[in-house]
Write a protein that binds this ligand. Structure first.
Ligand code: HAM
Length: 430
């Protein structure tokens, strides 16, 4: 029969990569908990309007990358392309986003964008993100950026660069947009078809186009900083001062724009040198108008998201392997299988990573197998062991039978004691 393949851009995660994912996610959770953020889980599908209203009509995501379909009752639904809009919606519905209240939330889960798949760019990918709703203070921008860097640091990402910009706000951005559009129009014959279309609808994105012709055409384009109003300028200066005080290195990149339209003032990205074209490991910024745009009170917001797959690529270690079992339990005869099964289950119940072998191998082949698994200890149960009621524990590292013996049918204290000794010997368990 014909094999059924997975969908292009939608990847399986198999061991040992899945083990790395779990480990990285654990580290991220620990940092987010230390910063006192609460976890929020929102559904994968939302009403399409949530994204068209928040991300911007003239963004690549809304124009051509969303997975949108009609539900059976005709409601248009979309698989979430990002987390921020849904978190704001959910926070509003749960009463977490209110005046005089600050919501600090984080999330982790799959996002969907129908982009052209390549290294570091998938159609289903995973983000871990954090959002602070309800404070417009630069202190929060600095905390969010620091949190992002601490998350990346905890996962072992070194040498990535933080780039920072201010995009202005509703007061000063219209003049900047107009200046950029006018500049682009004066060189429109040099721009790609995509950028020409964007001239009026989304001129900020002209700065972001990777086409060499567009890069050349926009090389001398006006920069946001010259157009910032006094409050935006002061806000950005304070963010910079706080980041410097926190020893977070960054580079101001006046050409940094983001692929989503809800940003005002602070915008940032972290780029890793070893990722090729898709080099942004994470990004975010301030979105002070978004809560009101989604029908809530006029609350400020700021946050970031990290792409888990890109983080895994950027921190890839060539020799990552699934952790070896601590114990390989080996029944040397069919008769020994039930006792071996019970023993393995008790070990697993105590949190010991434990493999259980099929019954009836020769000692030699069982040892080869334990060796291959790189198990710390092999626990052998044959007829002799069954008679004596004690299993033989072989220390695989020292290639010697351990003086310790596990009690085959013990259901408690003796096993715990034996494990403690095993742990002391192997450095594995208390
Ligand atoms: P974003 O820059 O669109 O921001 O995505 C954040 C990160 O998700 C990127 O830096 C990248 O690592 C990863 N990513 C994006 N698209 C893909 C893809 N197709 N394949 C693999 N990884 C991808 C946001 O989504 C905003 N919601 C971030 C934010 C939170 N802003 C404020 N709060």
């Amino acid at each position: 029969m014909k094999t059924i393949h997975g969908v292009k851009g939608f990847h399986d995660v198999v061991p040992p990569q899945s083990e790395r994912c779990t480990e990285i996610e654990g580290r991220l959770r620990a940092v987010l908990a230390a910063y006192n953020y609460g976890e929020i889980r929102t559904p994968i599908a939302e009403r399409t309007e949530l994204f068209t209203r928040s991300l911007g009509d003239a963004t690549d995501i809304v124009e051509k990358e969303m997975y949108t379909f009609d539900d059976r009752d005709g409601t248009s639904l979309t698989l979430r392309p990002e987390g921020t809009a849904a978190v704001v919606r959910a926070a509003l519905e749960a009463g977490l986003a209110q005046r005089d209240q600050v919501a600090k939330l984080w999330y982790l889960g799959p996002m969907f964008r129908r982009e052209r798949p390549q290294k570091g760019r998938l159609r289903q990918f995973h983000q871990v993100g954090a959002e602070v709703i309800g404070r417009d203070d630069p202190l929060v921008d600095a905390e969010v950026v620091t949190l992002l860097m601490d998350c990346l640091g905890a996962c072992g990402l070194d040498g990535a660069e933080l780039v920072l910009n201010s995009l202005g706000d509703a007061a000063c951005r219209p003049a900047y947009r107009a200046a950029l559009a006018a500049y682009g129009r004066s060189r429109s014959e040099l721009l790609c078809a995509n950028c020409r279309q964007r001239l009026d609808r989304n001129p900020l994105r002209l700065l972001d186009c990777k086409e060499p012709g567009c890069r050349r055409a926009m090389a001398e384009a006006p920069l946001a900083h010259a157009y910032l109003c006094a409050p935006c300028r002061a806000h950005f200066a304070e963010v910079e001062r706080l980041l410097q005080a926190a020893d977070v290195p960054y580079r101001v990149e006046p050409r940094l724009v983001r692929g989503l339209d809800y940003y005002v003032r602070t915008a940032f990205e972290v780029v890793a040198g070893n990722l090729g074209a898709q080099n942004a490991v994470g990004g975010g910024g301030r979105y002070d108008g978004l809560v009101a745009d989604l029908g809530g009170p006029p609350l400020a917001g700021v946050g970031f998201a990290i792409g888990i797959e890109r983080l895994l690529l950027a921190t890839a270690t060539a020799d990552y392997r699934t952790p070896a079992p601590e114990v390989d339990v080996i029944p040397l005869s069919i008769e020994a299988a039930p006792a071996a099964g019970r023993l393995a289950r008790r070990l697993r119940g105590l949190g010991v990573r434990c493999e259980l072998e099929v019954a009836g191998r020769s000692v030699k082949s069982a040892m080869r197998r334990a060796d291959k698994l790189a198990a710390r200890f092999a626990v052998l149960i044959g007829d002799d062991e069954l008679r004596a009621g004690r299993a033989t524990v072989r220390d695989m590292r020292r290639q010697a039978d351990h003086p310790l013996a596990l009690v085959v049918d013990d259901d408690g204290p003796a096993l715990a004691q034996a494990l403690r000794e095993l742990g002391a010997a192997g450095g594995t368990h208390e």
